[in-house]
Ligand binder design. Structure first.
Ligand SMILES: O=C(O)CCC(=O)C(=O)O
Ligand SMILES: [Fe+2]
Length: 349
């Protein structure tokens, strides 16, 4: 059952982007973010400064890419991306909670061309060059749009995280200083949820993406006009997160849940494309801690922490008992989602 009445807040983030904006306005935005994180773990942002044209171009090029024949899409098959874990995967190849998802997609990360970059030299997983769509006359433009979009998302994400730091009574540069630095882990995905997938015989119990929480710090999601994203409230009810023009859906991930001792929770969500005629496109961008950052609880002034929640979580594992770097956490999680690739990693080690 989905509760159709409740709706997520829409927060105006323009005060965060304007250097001349009054401190009070920034504080007000931080307070709204605080309330949203406490109540939902999810919110929309508007007046975010990311050009509508850039969003439209991304959607247009992506739609054209997914309409290509499978053999063409497989030219940038993820299996060819090696340890960087980037490229295209076909419908059914990604698992959430052990079940295949009804979506295809392309994985991207920060583009590192420099073979002398320390993370490339020591063959660190999830680092390196992207596999961009190629072979069509406008693929160069598509590549440029993707890179421009990722840069825009990183800076919007940093701005939101500075307000979020303020909302926790921390220095606004807390996350930049302690977790992002010059090289946050930035992952970007383009997903296509084919029409009718979940309505097909045998697929009735499958989802576009099954219930899960996001692994990192902050997710910024652009979705097209189809809808299908659902969010689980603290009362265990599902609500819709429908498309709202020119906004991004933001949600907090496991690392923020861990850092705040559950004060800000990573909220479960899932997706089903209910359209029988149109594919659904979505574009999640994940702004996560630096690969080597050790993720530690934040000293929380005057805020009470709820702790262990393993029993109630979708994956029955606790984010609070984890010790180590973000890279270690992520690698463990990604290996579950792409078991074939994980196996390849072990063989290649
Ligand atoms: O497609 C969506 O709307 C959400 C995707 C998602 O939850 C994810 O990639 O973590
Ligand atoms: Fe997600």
């Amino acid at each position: 059952m989905v509760n159709e009445q409740a709706s997520l807040p829409i927060i105006d983030v323009s005060p965060l982007l304007d250097l001349n904006s009054h401190r009070d306005n920034q504080q007000e935005t931080a307070t709204e973010i605080h309330q949203a994180c406490r109540s939902w773990g999810f919110f929309y942002v508007k007046n975010h400064g990311v050009p509508l044209k850039l969003q439209e171009e991304l959607i247009k090029f992506s739609r054209k890419f997914f309409a290509r024949p499978l053999e063409e899409k497989m030219q940038i098959d993820m299996n060819k991306g090696g340890r960087a874990w980037r490229g295209y995967f076909p419908v059914g190849n990604e698992l959430t909670s052990g079940k295949p998802d009804g979506k295809e997609g392309i994985y991207f990360g920060t583009e590192i061309n420099d073979i002398n970059h320390p993370k490339v030299r020591n063959n660190t997983p999830l680092h390196g060059r992207n596999q961009f769509p190629s072979g069509k006359s406008d693929d160069d433009e598509f590549r440029q749009v993707i890179l421009t979009y990722m840069t825009a998302m990183e800076s919007l994400g940093r701005a939101i995280m500075s307000a979020l730091a303020r909302s926790l009574k921390l220095d606004p540069n807390f996350f930049d200083k302690n977790y992002f630095g010059e090289e946050p882990t930035c992952l970007f995905r383009i997903f296509n949820y084919p029409a009718s997938f979940c309505q097909q015989q045998g697929n009735e119990n499958l989802w576009g993406v099954g219930e899960h929480t996001d692994y990192g710090m902050l997710t910024l999601l652009l979705q097209d006009d189809i809808g299908g994203l659902q969010v689980k409230t603290s009362r265990n009810e599902w609500i819709q997160a429908p498309p709202v023009p020119n906004t991004f859906v933001c949600n907090i991930g496991d690392m923020l849940d861990r850092m705040t001792g559950g004060y800000y929770r990573s909220t479960p969500h899932r997706v089903r494309n209910l359209s029988t005629t149109r594919d659904r496109l979505s574009f999640p961008f994940f702004l996560d801690p630096n690969w080597d950052a050790e993720v530690l609880p934040i000293p929380m002034k005057g805020m009470t922490n709820i702790n262990d929640d393993a029993e109630h979580r979708w994956d029955k594992s606790s984010v609070h008992t984890f010790h180590g770097t973000y890279g270690e956490y992520l690698l463990k999680k990604v290996s579950r989602v792409f078991p074939d690739l994980a196996q390849e990693q072990t063989i290649n080690k």
